[in-house]
Design a protein around this ligand. Structure first.
Ligand SMILES: O=P(O)(O)O[C@@H]1[C@@H](OP(=O)(O)O)[C@H](OP(=O)(O)O)[C@H](O)[C@H](OP(=O)(O)O)[C@H]1OP(=O)(O)O
Ligand SMILES: Nc1ncnc2c1ncn2[C@@H]1O[C@H](COP(=O)(O)OP(=O)(O)OP(=O)(O)O)[C@@H](O)[C@H]1O
Length: 498
């Protein structure tokens, strides 16, 4: 990238989250990820270039030295911190403003520091060399969220060991107006390793994508959450896009059937990519990651009880889901068990402020930090080392609970006869897939008290609202229909038993 030749016309709006705004290059498979700050957050706007650059370098170091070893070399692309001309960033900010969703405009792009993170465009990261004009690579983005139930003895509310955080959080988000519909997606189904449960989890993501699901075609977002949209219409549009990829030319399947068919095909390719082991050093019988008994099924999941009971709960060892789940499970005390340890660390830092740097509370995120995460006292011996280790582990787990998976699906070879069988196959004929993980930023130490409050709010609201729902069921006239989602009975899937 030649900094003196940066031109805002070479870049376009690509997407954004809570903390950053992403623009993509119109020709090269590159993106710039620019940080955002709240308009009221005056402190951040006064960050000097050096401070901002350090902040972005911290993100790079964390991805590279902490998350990459935990999640796997093949999945993580840490990118590099870059300094950009201020004029370019200001022009870019003006250019993208009209494309930004209103719900994200409570924050503004950082146009003062001149710093950004430059990354490969993961929606275009194809492992296939034969780029077809009429069938550019598809990319599916999934933000899976937390895939297990806590089993920590510190958990005080029984419901937390039965209903997963995502499903409980849905009720809170719906009530607070963040989303207009409840999602039927349950992360525990996605992480189950059971193909039928995974199939339905993805089907539910397609039905109600919220901020957990997007599809790109040739790097352009063609399917994502639109708050007011007619969802059925959207799914039909999506099916139109998918036809050239999944329906053999000259096929006679008509309208609705063909939509169902191509969506089914897409889901199967996604499941296959999520379950593929990517560790090239490993060969032979795939090893499995088991979700401990009772931690892999959520009572709020809308799947058939039989499917939940009988589904096998294990993931191939080196598949992307196993890597993410393993890292999420570094949080083995739950926020309730972590709280007293956080207070121990906090007290220590108040007593000895200089310890902040030795304990690497804000980095540097280097091999030493990873060492602190991975080794040290395993039982609470009352030491500060133990408490710091658990705090570091919790923060790493939080990153893994909030990351996203990108699956690029590239057609290769002839488009005729692509779909020969409806079984999931290790690699579906006619496609290659590549998988990466994004949004691997460190979660601030200071956010832990917020996590604790949010956890209590979500759980209390869930208990209150489900109790109210049961009362409403006794009195149907008062029932709010969107509170009661139908169980998914469409389990007559095309998979063979696994
Ligand atoms: O707390 P959660 O589970 O709601 O996760 C937040 C996400 O909300 P979600 O529930 O996925 O819609 C939230 O996503 P949205 O802004 O809702 O798209 C952020 O990812 C937030 O991370 P950060 O504070 O920006 O680093 C996430 O916060 P962290 O808890 O990961 O810090
Ligand atoms: N390297 C990349 N290549 C392609 N698209 C990307 C890349 N990084 C981010 N994106 C897109 O930009 C969106 C926002 O990026 P990201 O998730 O990193 O933002 P964030 O503000 O950290 O999100 P969050 O709300 O989770 O904190 C992503 O959902 C994804 O669609």
């Amino acid at each position: 990238m030649e900094l003196d030749k940066m031109d805002e016309n070479d870049w376009k709006y690509h997407g954004e989250g809570n903390k950053s705004l992403v623009v993509s290059h119109v020709q090269h498979a590159r993106v710039l990820r620019l940080l955002k700050y709240s308009t009221e957050d005056a402190e951040n706007s006064h960050k000097t270039t050096e401070q901002a650059f350090r902040h972005i370098q911290n993100i790079v170091d964390y991805s590279k030295n902490v998350m990459k070893p935990l999640l796997g070399e093949t999945f993580v692309h840490n990118g590099e911190a870059v300094k950009l001309p201020l004029d370019f960033i200001r022009q870019l900010s003006l250019k993208v403003q009209q494309e930004r969703p209103e719900s994200r405009c409570d924050k503004v792009m950082d146009t003062f520091s001149g710093c950004a993170l430059c990354l490969p465009n993961l929606t275009q990261l194809s492992s296939c060399c034969c780029y077809e004009q009429h069938r550019p690579p598809l990319c599916v983005e999934i933000k899976p969220k937390c895939g297990f139930l806590p089993s920590s003895r510190h958990v005080t509310k029984d419901i937390k060991t039965k209903v997963c955080r995502f499903c409980m959080h849905q009720h809170f988000k719906f009530a607070s107006g963040k989303w207009k519909r409840l999602s039927r997606y349950c992360p525990l189904d996605l992480f189950s390793g059971n193909k039928q449960r995974m199939y339905l989890a993805i089907k539910h993501l397609i039905e109600e994508p919220q901020n957990n699901f997007k599809i790109f075609k040739g790097g352009e977002c063609i399917y994502s959450c639109k708050d007011d949209a007619d969802v059925l219409q959207d799914v039909d549009d999506l099916a139109q896009h998918l036809r050239p990829y999944f329906l053999p030319s000259g096929s006679f399947i008509n309208g609705h059937q063909s939509s169902k068919f191509v969506l089914n095909e897409l889901i199967q390719v996604i499941v296959s990519a999520l379950l593929s082991s990517w560790d090239s050093a490993h060969s032979g019988e795939p090893r499995k990651t088991h979700v401990p008994e009772g931690r892999g099924t959520c009572e709020a999941s809308l799947l058939h009880c039989d499917l939940l009971r009988n589904g096998n709960h294990c993931l191939p060892k080196d598949c992307v889901l196993a890597r993410i789940l393993g890292t999420q499970m570094l949080d083995n005390l739950d926020i309730e068990g972590l709280n007293p340890l956080f207070r121990r660390v906090d007290q220590h830092l108040q007593d000895f402020p200089k310890e902040r740097s030795r304990l690497q509370i804000d980095g540097p995120y280097n091999e030493n930090f990873l060492e602190k995460v991975q080794s040290g006292p395993t039982e609470d011996d009352g030491s500060i080392q133990y408490a710091v280790r658990k705090v570091h582990q919790y923060r790493v787990a939080m990153t893994a609970k909030d990351c996203s998976i990108m699956i690029v699906i590239s057609p290769c070879g002839e488009d005729d006869g692509l779909v020969q069988t409806l079984e999931i196959q290790p690699t579906k004929p006619g496609f290659t897939t590549s998988v990466s993980i994004l949004d691997l930023d460190p979660k601030p130490y200071e956010s832990i008290p917020h996590q604790s409050k949010l956890d209590a709010k979500i759980v209390n609201y869930y208990i209150k609202s489900t109790q109210a729902s049961h009362q409403e069921m006794d009195n149907p006239e008062r029932t709010n229909p969107s509170r009661f989602l139908a169980r998914d009975t469409d389990c007559t899937l095309v998979f063979h038993p696994v």
